[in-house]
Design a protein around this ligand. Structure first.
Ligand code: FAD
Length: 290
């Protein structure tokens, strides 16, 4: 099923994102514990990230295939421009088609480990918008794109970056999933800009990340250019020695964030679950969505 259709349902669309495991043993644990745990929350789809440089490609695609065929849950394959020529991407899309994967999240990607800036692979793409056009030209895929309520960290002008979200939609992106954020007003401003200035009608779906530990969420937020609001930071620092209390704080923060977003009328919420079930399950239950 194509993802945009899932956002036309009357109830909010819940989805999860996880990253491919490093080993076969971890992949089996993922399918034995994590996936059934997430399925009990009745997600409309699960999306699977794609490692920098395509290093996880084989496993990412296998997991997407298993989710669809073995678990009967719709899945989205992320795809990035990092380290690939057009021909490479063409081959990857051939493989996706062969597996029956319909849904692609088209991204530029972050620089691989050890590199500070993104560099275009000769014969490859410089921006996600170029990848969107390329995937769109194949005709058979439904395409999602990434958006940044606080602006992408490489772009000094937030609104210019928002214009680039719109450009990705105009090129063929059918829905936007946002980067994580913790101030609901950042999302509202982003959404309002896209709907008012660019007259976008596609689903704009907030990305939500619960906390694992104080160090972990601070590191991820900094990496993603997401600001932790001062009151949250203060509570996080006070609990930093106790991961379980930090996890519970994350559930409280994410429940409140989701409640305000759902009251506002977002079509769904997309959880960055970090391959864990418990916090997402608590948030979804708090919201009365399962
Ligand atoms: P782009 O839209 O290309 O933007 C990148 C930068 O270039 C921005 O600063 C933008 O303003 C600028 N830009 C865009 N177009 C132009 C132009 N024409 N001229 C000049 N500047 C321009 N990363 C992974 O490696 N694997 C994943 O699986 C993955 N999944 C993600 C899922 C979601 C929902 C999100 C939000 C992010 C994900 N990322 C993933 C991270 C993403 O790859 C990074 O945030 C990356 O730095 C930007 O990707 P993008 O697709 O938004 O790029």
């Amino acid at each position: 099923m194509r993802i945009p259709e899932l956002y036309t349902r009357p109830k909010p669309t819940i989805s999860f994102e996880f990253f491919p495991t490093k080993t076969d043993a971890d992949e089996e644990t993922l399918f034995r514990d994590t996936v059934p745990g997430l399925q009990r929350l009745n997600p409309a789809f699960i999306s699977v990230t794609y490692g920098a440089g395509g290093g996880t490609r084989e496993r990412s695609f296998r997991i997407v295939d298993r989710l669809r065929k073995q678990c009967g849950v719709e899945a989205v394959a992320h795809l990035t421009c990092v380290g690939s020529t057009r021909d490479d991407i063409g081959g990857i899309l051939d493989e996706a088609e062969r597996l029956g994967v319909e849904n692609i999240l088209a991204l530029r990607g972050d620089p691989p480990k050890g590199q500070s800036a993104f560099t275009t692979t000769p014969g490859g793409f410089s921006y996600a918008v170029d990848l969107v056009r390329f995937v769109k030209a194949r005709g058979n895929f439904s395409i999602g794109v990434a958006g940044y309520p606080e602006g992408h960290q490489e772009c000094a002008d937030k609104k210019l970056d928002w214009d680039r979200s719109a450009a990705k939609v105009e090129a063929g992106g059918e829905y936007i999933v946002t980067q994580l954020f913790y101030d609901v007003n950042d999302f509202f401003a982003y959404e309002d800009y896209l709907k008012t200035k660019h007259r976008l009608k596609v689903p704009i779906v907030p990305g939500i990340m619960p906390f694992v530990s104080a160090g972990n969420i601070k590191r991820i937020a900094a990496m993603c250019g997401a600001r932790l609001p001062e009151p949250v930071l203060k509570r996080l620092d006070a609990l930093a020695h106790d991961d379980e209390s930090v996890r519970r704080l994350g559930v409280e923060v994410c429940t409140d964030l989701c409640r305000r977003l759902l009251d506002h009328g977002v079509p769904g919420v997309h959880f960055y679950c970090l391959n864990r079930v418990v916090s997402c399950a608590e948030v979804v239950k708090n919201l009365g969505l399962v």
